[in-house]
Write a protein that binds this ligand. Sequence first.
Ligand code: ADP
Length: 482
Amino acid sequence: MADQFEVSDTYGHFIDGEMQPADGGTFETIDPATEVPIAEVAAGNANDVDDAVADSIAALDEWQKMPPAERGRIVSAIAEAIQADEDRLAYIETLDSGKPLSQALTDVRRCARYFEYYAGVADKIHGDSIPRTREYVDYTVREPLGVTAHIVPWNFPIGILGRGIAPALVTGNVAIAKPAEQTPLTAVEVAKLAVDVGLPPGVLNVITGFGPDAGEPLVTHPDVEGITFTGSVETGRQIAKQASEKLAHVHLELGGKNANVIFPDADLDDAIENTVRSIFSRNTGQVCTSGSRAIVHQSIHDEFIEQLARHTDELTIGPGVENPDVGPLASAAQFEKVTKYIDIGRAEASDPVIGGSIPDRKGYFVEPTVFTDVNPEARIAREEIFGPVLVVITFSDEREALAIANESDYGLVAGVFTSDIGKAHRFARDVDAGQVYINEWFASGIETPFGGYKQSGLGRAKGLEALREYTQVKTICARIDD
Ligand code: ADP
């Protein structure tokens, strides 16, 4: 059982180092395990966004002129402050998102790690010198974009916040975060901690509220030069169009329908444990990198399903604060969506071989569910469900496995389980995905670039690659002949 922490019952925008009173009304954020409201939160609008952007612009000069090493020290202090407060932040995250407490703690630590990792880069961002002829000296510098907007989703509220904010800050940008309306609390908490440890007010502002009312005015604001969005393809496409109107830099991390290919020469126990983690026991399958399509060799299919059923049966389901394996879905809307897809699956495939029921209790709980022998053309095999629903498809040879894996509009991640190193790397070479896992699902770290092929996004988060999303290159060409 979790330690109980005091959670404020009112949250506002965080602008200029202070929580602002809500002018434009409030909304309730709900605990998805109990359906009980946790706090009243400011419902942001275009006026709030204007205030936040004006304040960010005022903070830009000081932040950009600060020696990079000093910026790095402040960002490092943010990492330490998050770590020092990890239990409280994880508790708030669990209440707000429903995720099991140990997973919330992992996310909080991951957020701290982003600040730690990028802090060390602050004074190592440099350009090139480019040899041409003796008459010229040419060099490049990497400059910040200016005011960056960070539209954050509800599945990893604190983790994805850190993923975008930390590289934006160390490269000399200021940032305005708009957390998801379902999970707004930890963004405000992190911004408060950051100012407490020395981040100048205005360098990180937070606007809470709904997508169309608070997110859209931020995205379309003429002074916002960079937009980092993580969420649905539909909203991402709309944001890309809006960004194109003002030619702002846009970085999109969207959905996935990720192929998890299991060959008969794989360590089957290991592959099954990974499969369970990939789709059930990490954030209840509400993960864009979930292993939502298991593509399993026909010779091991029956054994795979039998063992998968045994493992799935052992999973505990309950409120996040009790730290189960599987928590509730994050919102009523997500519960509706996932249960609708289970109905679609029954209609277009057959009854699930595992799960498929709704536990008889308060909260947005759905049993881990598996459909097998699914036609790769079926909607449940093509569309992102974003919940604990696994689709199993069989294949007969390597070529067919690859073809099924690539038969998707998405291309976020893919995984392969095999003891044949050549087969693993052939798959990695040929699969259309921005990240490939070999013999371990979620094998990547914050240091490894991440982003989508096809409809899964534009640009790259994580690692040094992310720095490109927050900088623009200036080339200086000087004539020096006498
Ligand atoms: P989902 O449908 O899974 O909730 P969304 O892509 O709609 O995912 O939401 C992800 C984030 O984008 C949230 O912070 C949400 O408030 C925000 N958002 C939604 N619509 C818009 C919009 N039109 N402009 C800017 N942000 C938006």
